[in-house]
Each structure stands twice: as C-alpha cells, then as structure tokens.
Design a protein around this ligand. Structure first.
Ligand code: LLP
Length: 413
C-alpha cells in the first residue's frame, strides 16, 4: 500500500483528530500494521518453521503490541519494562526473547520467573544467569547473541554487528560460549544476531546467514543441536516516497535467506526454526505525527516554519539526520518557497525537516510520515514538554485513543 496516498485519503479524519485531541499527536493505522505483518508471512510462507517476532523497542504502545500478538507475532524485549508489557498482554513465555547487552539482576529474575528465552550477550552474563537461576531454582532457556562482524551499510549509529560493536559475543568466541553454557543447567535453544537497522540491501543478510549457519553446523558437530536461528530485524523502509525506491523487499529478503537455511537443514538433518525480529518494517509506515504550525518566519538567510512538535516528540531527524516526508494536510500544493520545518525546543538541532518545498500558514496541520517506529518510543519530556497523544484508526475505521496527551500535572508529579 502506498502510505502517502493512504494518508491523503484519510486527510479529513486526521484533521478531525488534530482538532479533537490536540497536537502533537501520533496516529497509527491498524490496516497498515496488518498489511506489514502479512507481507512477512506471505514472503516466508514456503518456510514452514518461520516465526515473526516484533522488536518492542520500535513502539511499545500496549494496543499495538496486542494487535501484533493477535496476528501471531512474538516479542523481542530489551528491558524489565518491555518484558512486563509482553507478560501483561499474555504472550506465551516461549514466544518472548529477552535481549540486552546489560541485564539488571531484576530483569534476569523477571525473565527467569516468566520463563522466556534469555538471549545471552557476553561471557560474564553466563555466570550471572547461572547464579541467579540457582538461587531461584529455575532452568534458564537460552540463546546467544553473536556478533557476526558484518557491515550492514547503514547509519553508523544503527549498525550493530560490526566488529567494534558493543553487542553480542564475537563470532570467534561463539563455540566457546556454547561449550560453557553446556556445563551449566541451561536449556540451549538457539542463536541470535542483529546486524543493524534500515538495511536496504540483501548482501549483509546473506553474509550474516552464512556466518551464523557455519556456527550452527560447528555446534551440531559437537552435539549441540539448536532449535532456532534468529537473524534479527533490520529491513529498511521507503522514507523518501519519491517513487524510486529500489531497496530490499520482503520477497527479496526471503529469497536470499530461505535457501541458505534450507541448505543448513540438509547438513543438520533436521529443520531449524527461522526467526526474524523486525520493528521498523512492522510499525514504521503505520504511524504519522500530526503537528500544528505556530508561525512562519522569513529571515534574510532562511525561512522557517515553527511547529508545536520537536525532537522531544521525534528525535530521528536530529539524531540520525533521518528524512521524514512532511505533508501539509490543509494545503497539499507545492508552492515555490523552501522552508526549514523546526520544532519549538531551545536547540539549533531541533529541525524536523530541512529544505522542504511546502506551503503553510498558522494553524495548518502538518503530517510527519513514517513515524510509527522509534517515534513515541524515543520521545522525552525535554523542555518540560508533555508527551504527545497516541490514537489508532482501527480496521473498522473507528478512532480509538490509545494514550491521552500528557497534561501539565504529569510534569510535576
Ligand atoms: N532486534 C534487535 C536486537 C534490535 O536491537 C533491533 C533494533 C531490532 C531487532 C529491530 O530492528 P529494526 O527492524 O527496527 O531495524 N532508533 C533507531 C533504530 C534503532 C534500532 C535498535 N535496534 C532509528 O530510529 O532508526
């Protein structure tokens, strides 16, 4: 589905929402969420043991998590908080993977008590989990996060499997880690890696799959038979909407990975479960941030549109120089002036869109596209700004408030 077109079709609805619930406000589209999940299941439907896991960090609005759970999507959680949400909405512990490079005792205890899979990130963690599990009299279910030393060709800040990365056990030490785990009272279930985010080429995934497969084979040879291979998330989305997107698709991803996993199965003599744990490609284009124009400023050097959202609501442009398409829902014409679309925080870097050809006047509502992932979940109260509301447009087209806008009382609580 062309989400830009979808948004324009829902223009009236969105303007009503901004009127009724105020701005800035995140709006999510259930229909697009469903479609995004279906794309994965369709592309991987020839692999019987494919499991889709959702990376909660992208958007942990509880309603979004529930919708995904009902679509048979599992959970990748990274903290005691995300674990709590997964537990709260009734996910089966075996469908939850707890990944983090720094696990608190409290989060390890919750994971053990819940019975989910703990994805071990380092050698010392083997010892920590062993000690805590003995104290609680639990048998941990585990996998290891391996750093496969693969360059995903993406922004530096979201490349996670390069050799200098803080994440995981280096590929050269993988066998040693499994051997150590075998000496403990652990149930060894799988292997995991996540090489990065917003990846638009197949090659890094191929390299990752080959390297991980080799480890699985080496482990098989020493009698450790893994049940699952989790290749992480990372599939990129089309932020530009310029009609020229030739990045990676679900089908290309499946066509690249599945034959390699089938080869692996032949060598092993059994079928592994194949897990992917996307975040962005599930929720990214299913969300939009609505913000109101506060004023227009024309200086001798630049022109600015001041809006009521800032990097407290959406940090991606400031943090990763990320591009998000911005549409004026009150006036879609292009005009001939070029503006910087800026937030109202006291920071020069509070720019939501650079050099945009757009027409706007006070009180117009701008829609910042593709903000369903790493939007609200990375928002903050910087400059004592209340957090935005979150609204869902359901499949039945009904508008549902998922979270009201924070009020001033919350800021002094
Ligand atoms: N699995 C693990 C272990 C991860 O660390 C991540 C994302 C994912 C899965 C999901 O990756 P995705 O499919 O969303 O690419 N805040 C950044 C993205 C950070 C990604 C962190 N890890 C952004 O706004 O671009």
């Amino acid at each position: 589905m062309d989400t830009q077109k979808y948004l324009i079709e829902h223009k009236k609805n969105l303007l009503e929402i901004s009127e009724k619930f105020g701005t800035p406000t995140y709006v999510y589209f259930e229909e697009i969420l469903h479609e995004n999940v279906q794309k994965y299941f369709d592309a991987f439907n020839n692999y019987g043991k494919f499991k889709l896991v959702y990376a909660y960090k992208a958007n942990t609005n509880i309603e979004i998590c529930k919708i995904l759970k009902n679509l048979n999507v599992r959970a990748d959680v990274v903290s005691a908080g995300e674990l709590h949400i997964a537990k709260h909405i009734g996910l089966n512990p075996n469908d939850v993977l707890f990944t983090s490079n720094g696990k608190t005792d409290e989060s390890i205890e919750s994971a053990l008590n819940f019975g989910c899979i703990i994805n071990i990130d380092g050698f010392e963690e083997i010892k920590n989990i062993d000690e805590i599990s003995k104290r609680l009299d639990k048998k941990p279910k585990i996998s290891f996060r391996i750093n496969p030393e693969v360059n995903p060709h993406t922004h530096d800040k979201i490349a996670t499997g390069v050799k200098e990365s803080k994440f995981g056990i280096n590929i050269r030490q993988a066998i040693e880690a499994y051997k150590l785990a075998r000496e403990k009272n652990f149930e060894i279930l799988g292997i995991h890696c996540h090489i990065g985010s917003q990846i638009t080429e197949i090659e890094p995934f191929i390299e990752e799959t080959k390297k991980i497969s080799n480890i699985v084979i080496d482990l098989h040879e020493i009698g450790i038979n893994l049940k699952f291979v989790d290749l992480g998330g990372g599939l990129g989305i089309d932020y530009l909407h310029d009609g020229n997107y030739n990045g990676l698709t679900h089908n290309l991803l499946a066509n690249g990975i599945v034959p390699l996993i089938e080869n692996l199965n032949k060598i092993l003599g059994y079928e592994v479960e194949l897990l992917l744990e996307p975040g962005r490609s599930i929720v990214g284009n299913a969300g939009v941030l609505l913000t109101k124009v506060l004023s227009i400023k024309r200086t001798p050097y630049k022109k600015f549109i001041n809006v009521d959202a800032g990097f407290n609501d959406l940090i991606r442009p400031a943090m990763y120089d990320a591009y998000h398409k911005i549409l004026n829902l009150n006036d879609l014409s292009e005009g001939d002036e070029i503006f910087e679309i800026v937030g109202n925080l006291c920071e020069s870097g509070d720019i939501l869109g650079r050099a945009r050809r757009i027409v706007a006047k006070r009180n117009d509502i701008l829609a910042i596209l593709d903000t369903g992932a790493y939007g609200f979940s990375m928002s903050s109260n910087y400059n004592s700004m209340p957090k935005p509301a979150e609204i869902l447009i359901g499949k039945d087209k009904k508008v549902k408030v998922l979270r009201e806008m924070e009020n001033l009382a919350a800021l002094i609580r």
